[in-house]
Design a protein around this ligand. Sequence first.
Ligand code: FE2
Ligand code: FE2
Length: 152
Amino acid sequence: MPSDTPAQAHSESATHSDALDDAGLALGYPQMDDTHREFLALAQLAAQAPGAALAPALHELFEHTQAHFLSEESRMEAVNHKLLGEHRAEHQRILGDMQRFCDRAEAGRGGMARAWVSDNLMEWFGNHARTMDSALAADLCLRAAGEEDAAD
Ligand SMILES: [Fe+2]
Ligand SMILES: [Fe+2]
């Protein structure tokens, strides 16, 4: 699961100011917020990775993002979330872009990949977290509150 990896990136983000909170992107659903903190830490590492370190950093970001998206999609299925189709399509679009930039970096053409992570991917994530992920977190929080009420 994404929240179990990568321990190093997570512990580093935990000891510094919280990038997710600083960006106003915390959603109040802890499992999603933890995964998003890891995503931001890995994206920052990739954007700053020098030379040959870029390809493995992007690969790690790609694997984490695959697990991050799968985790959200399984949560959406579990609550029959109404935006599942659109949300999944958006995940697939970004994973496709990320895969292409991984391939470029592997081939030694990483300059554009670095710029894509620091500009396009970060902008996309901000918008995605504020809209689709926020709607999912609200749905999950509502469901959790309903289960608590039923247990009372
Ligand atoms: Fe997400
Ligand atoms: Fe998402």
